[in-house]
Design a binder for this molecule. Structure first.
Ligand code: 4AD
Ligand code: MG
Length: 464
């Protein structure tokens, strides 16, 4: 690879009067007999570089045949500019890698977000998606930075598992058995002892149980950040079948410590985005969600709201006298997205942490409260998205946990290692899971989760 300057660096260093080489793809262009303007971007920054190509260049004829999205290398003199951009490049040499033909799918008129999902392999060529994915990168880095600063160790939990971490039965099976010739027991049941792992196995819905074993087992504070898989049949703008989750788990944390950690983490994500992706956020706000930047700055300056589930239901019941919800509100129901969004967007107008849910609508592992009806759970709800985080203090009492699993008819023998934690050096501990795509949605202001993951997996869709 010959030496060249990234366009990001061009704007950082503004090497006026120097000859430099840049490479990239043409965003837009204007050609004439005397000279051409090319607008170039190489993916490292939201800002494009304007290039002037004079007709005196020996291959000018070829330059006039360039089209949108074509790829080039250009050597030229950097000059200060009177135009919108502070600098521009006067080309001395244009090398053409590839000229796009007329069937290039990203012609201007067709680039709706829906259309772009059909050509997801080319999405990063657009301003919108390069902005979203630079932001996604910054949020991933900020995640590692935040938990490292809080003394959490990054733990790689397994993707293949034999246990259902949420107990919700939404797992994708992994098997090497021949579907046409399934081995069966005498009673006719499938004999999984003949399968690859000698038992039933699945893709993980959450790394939590394994994270708990390391947190309580001895590392104290750990976090996972990896892909998780759910076969729930939810075709919505906020569900994916494969999504990335960040799951911290900390020994000696109460639910209140957990809530504090969650709000500090979300604020750190926003701070990092505002600091490192200002151009991207401005662009996305101007296109898709004009109030987004103002809202994010507002969040930085106010504490998250904390409210119990019981209180939230009281509020929603009162509100439903004048506001029509699709799903009726009553104590014991699971909050629907419309309720979650109402609380965060219209009632509290900021991220809201709802705590102490009825045990029937939450997972088996959550710490049971004295009242016998609720568990020490928390959901963090944010404007525009609804549920961003789900977490809890964990049940650390062996007998109570076994009893709850029995009530839910769970196969405790699969969880013997998880139960061991409650026998040997058990401590109070808590954790949560943040849906990483939902965080990218919230901070970017994009309204469909398919637009913040490179290749979305949803029911009936695994293209690319
Ligand atoms: O609330 P959930 O199901 O919690 C857990 O999985 C816990 N084991 C986490 C923990 O305590 N360690 O999922 C956590 C978050 C949700 O709040 C949501 O943001 C996201 O994961 N999420 C999804 N994101 C996209 N598509 C889906 N199908 C999602 N399901 C959950
Ligand atoms: Mg949840």
């Amino acid at each position: 690879m010959s030496e060249y300057l990234l366009i990001k660096k061009v704007y950082e260093t503004k090497p006026v009067d120097q000859t430099i080489v840049v490479k990239g793809w043409i965003k837009s262009l204007r050609q004439s007999k005397k000279f051409s303007f090319l607008v170039l971007n190489d993916g490292t920054t939201q800002r494009d570089l304007q290039i002037i190509v004079d007709a005196t260049l020996p291959n000018y004829e070829e330059v006039t045949k360039l089209t949108m999205g074509s790829s080039v290398e250009i050597e030229g003199l950097m000059v200060a500019s009177q135009g919108k951009q502070p600098v521009e490049l006067q080309a001395k040499r244009v090398h053409i890698f590839c000229v796009n033909t007329e069937d290039y799918p990203l012609q201007k008129k067709e680039t709706s977000l829906e259309y772009l999902r059909e050509v997801a392999h080319l999405r990063s060529r657009t301003n919108t998606f390069s902005a979203v994915f630079r932001l996604r990168h910054v949020l991933a880095q900020a995640t590692h930075q935040f938990f490292t600063n809080e003394s959490f160790a990054y733990l790689h939990t397994p993707i293949i598992t034999a246990s259902d971490a949420e107990g919700a039965g939404e797992m994708f099976r992994i098997s090497t058995l021949n579907l046409d010739k399934l081995p069966r027991s005498e009673k006719g049941q499938i004999d999984f002892s003949k399968d690859y792992f000698g038992r039933e196995t699945f893709l993980s819905v959450s790394g939590q149980l394994e994270a708990e074993t390391f947190a309580v087992g001895g590392l104290g504070r750990v976090y996972t950040f990896g892909p998780t898989f759910r076969s729930e049949n939810s075709n919505t703008a906020r569900h994916l079948s494969e999504f990335w989750m960040v799951e911290p788990e900390a020994s000696f944390f109460t639910l209140e410590d957990n809530a504090k950690l969650a709000s500090n983490y979300v604020k750190h994500l926003i701070t990092s985005a505002l600091k490192e992706c200002g151009d991207e956020l401005e662009f996305l706000a101007s296109r898709y969600s004009p109030e987004n930047l103002k809202n994010l700055e507002h969040v930085m300056n106010s504490p998250f709201e904390m409210v119990t589930y019981t209180k939230a239901v009281e509020i929603l019941t009162e509100v439903s006298k004048t506001h029509k919800f699709e799903y009726p509100v009553s104590w014991g129901m699971d909050l629907q997205t419309e309720h979650e969004r109402f609380l965060a967007e219209q009632y509290f107008k900021r991220p809201t942490i709802v705590t102490d849910y009825p045990k029937e609508i939450k997972s088996f592992y959550m710490k049971q409260s004295e009242d016998g009806r609720t568990v020490r759970a928390m959901d963090v709800l944010v404007p525009g998205v609804g549920e961003l985080i789900g977490g809890s203090q964990r049940e650390d009492n062996y007998d109570k946990l076994v009893k709850r699993m029995a009530e839910l008819k769970m196969e405790t023998s699969n969880y013997w290692w998880y139960l061991d934690l409650r026998k040997y050096g058990s401590v109070p501990h808590s954790g949560f899971g943040l849906g990483f795509e939902r965080a990218v949605m919230y901070i970017s202001g994009m309204s469909n989760i398919r637009d913040v993951i490179p290749f979305p997996r949803t029911p009936k869709n695994a293209e690319f």
